[in-house]
Write a protein that binds this ligand. Structure first.
Ligand code: PSU
Ligand code: MN
Length: 320
């Protein structure tokens, strides 16, 4: 799991500071949904990022669940942020560190702050006891990943950490087929919510078949419950297609992605900077259209995640 004791060190391991409202919900078995913060700092421009982060919390609450936005604040792992803390992340934007698994120890040691990626949010959520998490798109295998080895740590986290990630699939800046292959290799269930195909973030369909389609939050919760009850561990992807009225035509996005990829190559962008750089470039080239779609799909994911968390809480109460 996520916290192995270090030999010879008897000091208490760093824990997650869980907001009181979140801790109370977890203690009484009520549904909680984790939300990530890289999407706030690196995924959307100010002030839309703050507006969206707060809307996501409202969406979760409207379904009767408690939101827990995750970040590292002054060297502390946090599940559940105050409004002022969310606003600080939103205002800082890309100036705040993008924190994935490998970055957490450094931030803790230095007492620094960071916006958590899908991988890091899963880790903090699992440590806090939160099982369901909503975001926009997960990281994956980049185009050309078979040569560059640029594979998001999100995929390996999904293999090891027991949190379900509700997302709108994978952005086409990535290689969707290779991403599915890596998830399959690592035994991560990928569930299409009301669809047989992997959604491609801005598009409802990608042409890539999934082997599992489920149509209700209860059905999704039953799979998660079975996975964890049998001790299989690991996470799951719940892929929820973008609302039809918000889709962006594939041809339009593809042209923009090709341009962004060529520019990134030209500029020598590498490592952790690649994903934020491409996301920002695609957003700039498509203007308001992709941002509006992005906001709509994350809100839909927050709603579905809250429903799944509710169904899971009912199952756990009934069966233990
Ligand atoms: N994909 C998106 N929007 C995002 C991200 C990915 O459509 O905001 C962010 C998430 O925080 C994700 C991270 O966990 O980028 C993946 O980065 P990398 O590819 O460097 O692992
Ligand atoms: Mn990468």
């Amino acid at each position: 799991m996520t916290s192995l004791p270090t030999p010879g060190d008897s000091s208490p391991a760093p824990a997650v500071r869980v907001q009181p409202e979140v801790a109370q919900a977890l203690a009484r078995g009520a549904p909680v949904v984790a939300l990530e913060s890289t999407i706030i700092s690196h995924g959307m421009p100010w002030p839309r990022n703050l507006e969206t982060a707060l809307q996501l919390e409202d969406e979760v609450r409207a379904q009767g669940a408690v939101p827990a936005t995750v970040a590292v604040v002054d060297g502390e792992l946090r599940a559940g942020l105050a409004r002022g803390e969310i606003e600080a992340l939103a205002r800082a934007g890309p100036a705040v560190a993008k924190a994935s698994r490998r970055d957490l120890p450094v931030l803790l040691a230095e007492g620094a702050s960071g916006a958590t990626t899908v991988a890091a949010t899963m880790i903090v959520a699992a440590m806090a006891g939160i099982r369901v998490f909503a975001t926009g798109g997960i990281g994956g295998v980049h185009r050309g990943g078979e040569r560059s080895f640029d594979i998001s740590a999100d995929l390996l986290e999904l293999a090891r950490t027991p949190v379900a990630v509700v997302c709108a699939g994978v952005k086409a800046i990535l290689d969707l087929r290779l991403t599915l292959e890596v998830l399959e290799t690592h035994g991560v269930p990928v569930i299409g919510y009301g669809t047989d195909e992997l959604p491609a973030f801005w598009s409802r369909a990608s042409g890539l078949k999934l082997d599992r389609r489920l149509d209700t939050p209860e059905a999704v919760a039953r799979v998660l419950h079975a996975q964890w009850r049998m001790g299989l561990g690991g996470g799951a992807v719940v892929a929820n297609p973008i609302p039809a009225e918000c889709e962006v035509p594939h041809e339009r996005i593809e042209a923009v992605i090709r341009q962004a990829l060529a520019e990134a190559d030209e500029a020598g962008i590498a490592g952790a900077a690649v994903t934020p750089w491409l996301l920002a470039r695609v957003q700039a080239l498509t203007g308001g259209a992709s941002l509006q779609a992005n906001v709509a799909l994350v809100r839909a994911n927050a709603r579905l995640a809250a429903q799944v968390a509710g169904a899971l809480a009912r199952l756990q109460a009934a069966r233990g």
